[in-house]
Design a protein around this ligand. Structure first.
Ligand code: NAD
Length: 260
């Protein structure tokens, strides 16, 4: 149902972004992967996706912390595949520390990658989406875009900001056939979360199993991690014709966490 569409998924060499890229490719979209990693591995990902789903796939190395590179990402995509129809702002980083110990450079980097990058990317693709009267923008926020946890000041601020920004763009684009929604995952088992589990186990002298049960899944009523496929399926729905009137939402995929 997305045949002929061109999708950019930022931060898609790993985790949730890669799952989203795969879900969009499976529905027929041409996909631009973005993110870091060893060149050979990324080349392998592009070939695997292209062959499995018979769609064009390329990788763009833009650093989403750098506005000028984000503008280039949109331009290179337009030149290679045509103008972007689907933009998924997914690249994200995390740092966990009490605010008085929070390094200002980590604060700046998290705001740049998790919030400002979406602003720059939407700015770059919106004019052509509006002109062509079709666009789907999905911003991967977080349950932390709706509620807070301690020690995640930059992340919670950026994700709340991203939910607000999503609503503004939804209002501005609504008459032009362009939707803009946020998806708010709870804990999903990805390298980002595996890193936090290892860090907390070390910090608290607990086993990783105990950290998973008592720190992470204690928040999530389903008592399991959400899956990459569940988040990707939600994004695919928001990009589908059935979701044409769904805009300005912040949709939790969190096993009930934010229902507390
Ligand atoms: P991940 O660490 O597995 O993947 C992050 C991706 O972003 C990688 O491809 C990485 O190369 C890329 N990336 C990082 N910095 C970048 C930069 N400056 N420019 C371009 N790409 C960059 O993380 P994930 O868990 O898959 O997270 C993806 C998104 O989902 C993030 O926005 C995260 O905040 C959000 N999220 C994750 C969870 C979770 O539990 N995993 C929960 C809620 C929200």
């Amino acid at each position: 149902e997305l045949e002929g569409r061109v999708a950019i998924v930022t931060g898609s060499t790993s985790g949730i972004g890669l799952g989203i890229a795969e879900a969009l490719a499976a529905r027929g979209a041409a996909v631009v992967l973005n993110g870091f990693g060893p060149a050979a591995e990324i080349g392998g990902l592009c070939r695997r996706l292209a062959e499995a789903h018979d769609v064009p796939v390329r990788h763009d190395p833009a650093d989403m912390g750098k506005p000028e590179e984000i503008a280039c990402l949109a331009e290179r995509t337009a030149r290679a595949f045509g103008p972007c129809d689907i933009l998924v702002n997914n690249a994200g980083v995390q740092h966990v520390a009490p605010i008085e110990d929070f390094p200002p450079d980590r604060w700046n980097a998290i705001l740049a990658i998790n919030l400002s990058a979406a602003f720059h990317a939407m700015r770059a693709v919106l004019p052509r989406m509006k002109a062509r009267r079709f666009g789907r923008i999905v911003n991967i926020a977080s349950a932390h875009g709706l509620i807070a946890s301690p020690f995640k000041s930059a992340y919670v601020a950026a994700k709340h900001g991203l939910v607000g920004l999503t609503k503004v763009v939804a209002l501005e684009a609504a008459e032009h056939g362009v939707t803009c929604n946020a998806v708010c995952p709870g804990y999903v088992w990805t390298p980002l979360v595996a890193g936090q589990v290892a860090q907390q186990a070390l910090a608290h002298g607990l086993t990783e199993e105990k950290v998973i049960r008592e720190v992470f899944l204690a928040e999530q009523p389903s008592r399991r991690f959400a899956t990459v496929e569940e988040v990707a399926g939600t994004v695919a729905f928001l990009c589908s014709p059935a979701a044409a009137s769904v805009t300005g939402t912040a949709l939790p995929v969190d096993g009930g966490w934010t229902a507390h």
